[in-house]
Design a protein around this ligand. Structure first.
Ligand code: GDP
Ligand code: MG
Length: 172
């Protein structure tokens, strides 16, 4: 028998370059690899966490460059329990693309999917283009949880994934 009580599929989406891969690496491996190259093909990482005494296995799917080609489709979103929609707080453009991502979610994801909006790269204070209130407002208007994070400084990364794991376990 497998050694976990729940298995959840978590999928990361958002423009290329916002830090999705770095967030996943930080959470699953505790690393922030400088100068890593883009990976090829959709792949996932596994991390088993403890939620109030229950072992919860998280299968975390990271896009690998398809962001650019709008080629992420139903197969990627299929059976996702949660989505992490990421933008870069130093890129207004990445924030302005969020409505397009929401359209994709509506089109492809499960109706019951839980989505958290993450503004990444808050360590880059002087370059910030999107204030926290702007992110929060957008999240609230679209029924999403909201967190700002830094994959580089390990800020709020654990919280993003653990909050989702807890929420999913509660609803399971
Ligand atoms: P992806 O295309 O969304 O997967 O983005 P990556 O994870 O490949 O990151 C894109 C670039 O942003 C890389 O050069 C990373 O080093 C950088 N990056 C990612 N997260 C952070 C962060 O929290 N802070 C800073 N300063 N840079 C980051
Ligand atoms: Mg990536």
């Amino acid at each position: 028998m497998e050694d976990y009580k729940f298995l959840f599929k978590i999928v990361l989406i958002g423009n290329a370059g916002v830090g999705k891969t770095c967030l996943v690496r930080r959470f699953t491996q505790g690393l922030f690899p400088p100068g890593q190259g883009a990976t090829i093909g959709v792949d996932f990482m596994i991390k088993t966490v403890d939620v109030d005494g229950d072992k919860v296995k998280l299968q975390i799917w990271d896009t690998a460059g398809q962001e650019r080609f709008r080629s992420i489709t139903q197969s990627y979103y299929r059976s996702a329990h949660a989505l992490i929609l990421v933008y870069d707080v130093t890129s207004r453009e990445s924030f302005d693309c969020l409505p397009e991502w929401l359209k994709e979610i509506e089109q492809y994801a499960n109706q019951q999917v839980i989505t958290v909006l993450v503004g990444n790269k808050i360590d880059l204070t002087p370059q910030r283009e999107v204030p926290p209130e702007t992110g929060l407002q957008f999240a609230q208007a679209n029924n999403m949880a909201f967190l700002e994070a830094s994959a580089k400084e390990a800020e709020n990364v654990e919280t993003v994934f653990m909050d989702l794991a807890r929420e999913l376990t509660k609803n399971a």
